[in-house]
Design a protein around this ligand. Sequence first.
Ligand code: PCA
Length: 211
Amino acid sequence: MTTVLLTGFEPFGGDAANPSGEAVHRVAAHWDGPEMLITAVLPVTFTGAAGRLRELVAVHRPDVVIATGLAGGRAAIGVERVAVNLVDARIPDNVGEQPVDVPSVPGAATAHFATLPVKEIARRIAGAGIPAEVSYSAGTFVCNHVFFTALEAAASGTRAGFIHVPWSAEHAPSADSAILPLSDIARALEIAVRTSLDVTADASTPGGTLH
Ligand code: PCA
């Protein structure tokens, strides 16, 4: 059976919540197939998150892997296009590890592109009235590490990528954080899953950024 692995993250950096994990729970609660949806909330630890992701991929052999995380301060859903083989942790992870300037996967390529139809995902989310864009950096913390690991771990033929979400209105730590309702974040992830299953060739419309 066609299988999708969708992950979010637990809270980190002293925050009480992480909308990515909450949204993934919502998607799981609404899912009515026909594909099999596996969901998980990963720890925000370099070793734990990558290990758990590799384990989930090995056990479930998904056809599509979409990992998601919080990018507090962003105002739009960010469909990440490139994972870099670099960890440079600005803050410690949830077990106090703070690796600096080390590869995500030693000996692997410098970077990997997402193998999801990123432009089409962003286009369809925006078409549903939810702000969305293709993003060209997933940072150098645990999210990028999991994104890079997913692309390394995925079997050939598996499509994998990463989506950063803004703060949810329900969980934002301050009134001035850029926010979306949690229901919009969950809907955006559902659209991303459906698009990844249905679309093999990405849109070829001009994109990118000038700077
Ligand atoms: N966001 C962090 C790690 C976990 C999360 O949700 C990041 O962007 O790396």
